[in-house]
Ligand binder design. Structure first.
Ligand code: ADE
Length: 233
């Protein structure tokens, strides 16, 4: 992998990665700032996409078309969908899908994008293994899980909605960009991985938890991404 595109959900996260880069050239496209440079001697492009699937997909396609990245990593925070996945823990995507895609009217199962040849978008095995290994090295105080990331244009903060998503999709965490980036990677035939630190439990306590745990989550994901860039073959 010669050039790594890193999409962060949060400004603070992108700023911390930028601060670790040796030189940075900033290009604005589609109102997003693409920060090109070197991180641990590797070519990277770090960008904050903005929130939601449309922003994320636009951002991913620009990374491929205009910056020539050959892999995309997405980091950020997410709501936990499993009782054993605690706030601060990390989920590495095995695959990603959109929980708000619904063409059941035409006989498709929920989540299936009509006329696409896959239900979910599998993440790259090598990147998953790398992320899990690096997480153990730099964040030994937390748990790391491999599992399905389910994305939608919804902040899930309601117990009934959470139960519905859990029962339907067997996801490990929910957020608002990962599956869009996964779909863009799939269509462009490049490897991707989603790395999410848990900020809340995606239930009635979610809006309360979110700001408190944001900082801790950023520390974990920034450490992890830096270690992955250092370690990748
Ligand atoms: N990002 C962090 N927590 C989330 C949640 N509960 N729902 C959607 N996106 C999130």
């Amino acid at each position: 992998m010669k050039k790594i595109g890193i999409i962060g959900a949060m400004e603070e996260e992108v700023d911390q990665l930028k601060a670790k880069m040796t030189w940075v050239q900033v290009t604005t496209k589609a109102s997003m700032e693409f920060n090109e440079g070197k991180l641990a001697d590797r070519d990277v492009v770090v960008v904050r996409s903005g929130i939601g699937k449309v922003n994320a997909a636009i951002c991913a396609q620009i990374l491929v078309d205009d910056f020539g990245v050959d892999t995309i990593w997405n980091t950020g925070i997410a709501g936990s969908l499993k009782s054993e996945i605690n706030i601060g823990d990390i989920v590495i995507s095995t695959d990603a899908l959109q929980h708000d895609m619904d063409a059941t009217q035409f006989g498709y199962v929920r989540g299936q994008i009509p006329r696409m040849d896959t239900f979910s978008f599998p993440a790259d095995e090598t990147l998953i293994d790398l992320a899990v290994k690096c997480c153990g090295a730099v964040n030994p105080d937390i748990q790391v899980f491999r599992g399905r990331v389910v994305s939608g244009d919804q902040f899930v903060a309601d117990a009934a909605r959470k139960t519905d998503i859990v029962d339907t999709f067997a996801g490990y965490c929910t957020e608002m960009e990962g599956a869009a980036i996964a779909q863009a990677a799939y269509l462009n035939k490049i490897p991707y991985v989603v790395i999410r630190a848990i900020s809340d439990k995606a239930d009635n306590s979610a809006t309360m938890d979110y700001p408190t745990f944001e900082k801790q989550a950023i520390r974990h994901t920034v450490n992890l991404v830096e270690e992955m860039v250092k370690t990748i073959a």
